[in-house]
Design a binder for this molecule. Structure first.
Ligand code: F6R
Length: 534
């Protein structure tokens, strides 16, 4: 599949004309498959204004409403006559549109297939695509080997096509359409995709996964497809906000996970109003400069009410606040929220270390240990947002935790627990290499650097730390059986030094990887909450 991304619909039309024109010049007896709709109008204008010789070209249209008279201004025959056939030197006898008047529609469909076959098959099939991914009138769920057939339009398509009628009750409920099998038999396919409302359909195709729920993905089975799209269909931008207890990060993120711009500042915690204003200011700033319509927000410890809005957030002045409604009053874009670790794991699965894995646990190791879990391809939300693995008890009756329990995993394996242990050990061993390193860098970095320089004390501290972390990870494996565990947080910036310690303790068990997106996972995942299908 060849993809060309063009600036706008006009450029798509000009390029499409070049391709269709080139094919006609090369083969004056070309058999051309054609769509109707607003997308090809630009192409038809370009072709109508050209000096191309259509005298021996044969055309087969994809579809026609049923029942429908060809003289009806809403008919596809009427559309084709006025947008193309009457404007070029086509022989009308060589133009074919499924018969919307046929008494026996099934027989008419069989005959249409025969006529295509007799013409030698379609050489070049031009397509548009529906918002729901339909091609021709092959709605989601249509078998990919379907021949020309009578079909029932979905509510989505009736809604989309109502703009050509006085109101949607006038849109016929049925149509005759080339099947997906018919389309796939064309020797070459040219699909035109323009406008932001086609973004999801194009994305389904670019994902590269054949899926009957998205008929357009059938084209992945064909080996000669050109996709011409405009930037509006290709990409979409969302605002992602990752609210942490100390820092708030915000960015503009494309649907492909690229961060266009990002910023970070200390979290305003003096009160609910000040905090909401800070988030609103960050959103408004990006919304002013980018074409975005939605913002996603990841929050720590958030519990979303059934209505999907009310949060209970222990580290921020947001408990009981309906943040979605509050922000709606302050900014002109729609807002979605979720737990920050849920956002991060979703981002890792789509763009980072957990790409294409269906069972993933992600742990964010920082002040505490946050977690996000994907089971069988779906984000696990459970009763309280998907569980808090940092609060698994790994030491019964152990150190007290802010959550009220004793012996929580995060009391032993978070970055702050390592910092505490490092500081205590340094106090007791003032002559150690560790103490010297602590003068240069923070506790976590210092302990790794000192261990590297041979400091036995530091090696012991790290060994204890990794034993604790591995204990928790083994519990995670036993509970969920993930394909992989992804670890993130500042401490994992130690890279292989960090990973190898864990791997050696997890031998033979689940694979452990470090985050591919690191600090950006939160904003990327939050931004992806804005997708229509999320
Ligand atoms: C029409 C056809 C349809 C359209 C699709 C997009 O012949 O094949 O699949 O291509 O409904 O329509 P527009 O271009 O109007 O958005």
């Amino acid at each position: 599949m060849k993809l060309e991304i063009l600036k706008n619909a006009k450029e798509v039309a000009v390029r499409a004309k070049e391709i269709v024109g080139g094919a006609i010049t090369e083969n004056p007896e070309l058999v051309l498959g054609l769509p109707t709709g607003s997308t090809p109008e630009g192409l038809y204008r370009e072709l109508s204004a050209s000096t191309l010789d259509f005298s021996r070209v044969k055309t087969f249209n994809l579809d026609e409403y049923y029942p429908m008279q060809p003289t009806d201004p809403q008919s596809y025959r009427y559309f084709m006559n006025s947008h193309l056939f009457n404007n070029v030197n086509l022989d009308m006898a060589n133009t074919h549109v499924p018969d919307g008047t046929a008494a026996d529609p099934d027989a008419a469909c069989t005959k249409y297939e025969e006529m295509i076959r007799e013409a030698g098959g379609v050489d070049l099939q031009v397509l548009g695509v529906g918002r729901n991914g339909h091609i021709g009138f092959n709605e989601p769920g249509t078998p990919f080997d379907s021949p020309t057939h009578k079909t029932t339009l979905t509510a989505n398509t009736i809604e989309a096509n109502a703009r050509f009628f006085r109101d949607k009750t006038e849109v016929p409920a049925h149509a005759l359409t080339m099947g997906i099998g018919t389309i796939l038999r064309a020797k070459k396919i040219l699909i035109l995709i323009t406008g932001a409302d086609k973004h999801e359909a194009l994305r389904s195709l670019l994902k590269g996964k054949i899926d009957e729920a998205w008929p357009v993905t059938a084209l992945l089975k064909h080996d000669d497809v050109i996709v011409l799209c405009d930037t509006a269909a290709y990409n979409k931008y969302y605002i992602g906000i990752d609210v942490g207890g100390t820092k708030i990060k915000a960015g503009v993120v494309s649907d492909f996970g690229e961060v266009l711009e990002e910023t970070s500042e200390p979290t305003e915690k003096s009160g609910t109003e000040a905090h909401l204003q800070q988030i609103a200011r960050l959103i408004a700033d990006f919304a002013q400069r980018y074409a975005v319509t939605a913002a996603g927000i990841g929050l720590p410890g958030v519990i979303v009410s059934e209505a999907g809005q009310v949060v209970n957030c222990c580290n921020l002045p947001l408990s009981g606040v309906n943040i979605v409604n509050e922000l709606k009053k302050r900014v002109g874009v729609s807002v979605r929220i979720d737990n920050d670790a849920n956002c991060a794991v979703m981002a890792e699965r789509e763009f980072g270390a957990a790409k294409d894995c269906d069972n993933v646990v992600m742990l964010t190791i920082g002040t505490g240990i946050g977690s996000g879990t994907i089971l069988d391809g779906k984000l696990h939300r459970g009763k309280n947002g998907g569980g808090e693995l940092g609060h698994m008890i790994t030491h019964a009756g152990g150190k007290p935790c802010a959550c009220g329990q004793k012996g929580c995993f995060e009391q032993y394996a978070s970055a702050s627990s390592l910092s505490r242990a490092v500081k205590e050990a340094a106090e007791k061993n003032p002559e150690s290499v560790l103490v010297a390193k602590l003068k240069e860098v923070g506790p976590c970095e210092a302990v790794f650097a000192a261990a590297e320089d041979g400091c036995t004390l530091s090696k012991e501290l790290l060994s204890n730390y990794f034993d604790e972390l591995a204990t928790g990870l083994k519990c995670v494996c036993n509970a969920f059986g993930p394909d992989i565990i992804v670890l993130s947080g500042g401490i994992t910036a130690q890279g292989d030094r960090f990973l190898n310690e864990i791997k050696s303790r997890m031998a033979g068990e689940t694979e452990v990887r470090l985050s591919g997106l690191q600090k950006r996972a939160g904003i990327i995942g939050a931004a992806m909450l804005c997708r229509e299908d999320s």
